[in-house]
Write a protein that binds this ligand. Structure first.
Ligand code: FES
Length: 109
């Protein structure tokens, strides 16, 4: 696994998130209680940008249909809805994050 620098710790405060665009993917980076988490930004249901959703503790809510993902694991913890129809999203990919000094690095395969 290769770790690459994606941000600096002072760019993203507790409770904040940032969209990180890499060559072949877009990540959502979140700071929850001083720990940083990275998941795919693209909702596995129909591609909503999770960055545009609300971060509520460890949960990010997809702005399109309201599926909820845990930023620690990428797991879909709650399905969303299209009008009255419930939708079930698959889990999204989570990536390991490490801090070196003030650099935030994410591990990619
Ligand atoms: S696109 Fe995210 S819940 Fe539908």
């Amino acid at each position: 696994m290769q770790y690459i620098k994606i941000a600096q710790t002072d760019e993203i405060k507790d409770g904040e998130k940032k969209k990180i665009t890499l060559d072949n993917k877009v990540l959502l980076l979140a700071n929850v209680k001083g720990t940083y988490y990275a998941i795919d930004n693209k909702c596995p249901h129909m591609g909503g940008s999770l960055f545009d959703g609300n971060l509520d503790g460890y949960n990010i809510v997809c702005p399109k249909h309201g599926s909820v993902f845990d930023v620690r694991t990428g797991k879909a913890v709650k399905g969303g809805k299209i009008i009255f129809i419930k939708v079930q999203a698959n889990d999204t990919q989570a990536y390991p994050v490490k801090i070196e000094g003030t650099d935030i690095l994410v591990g990619l395969e």
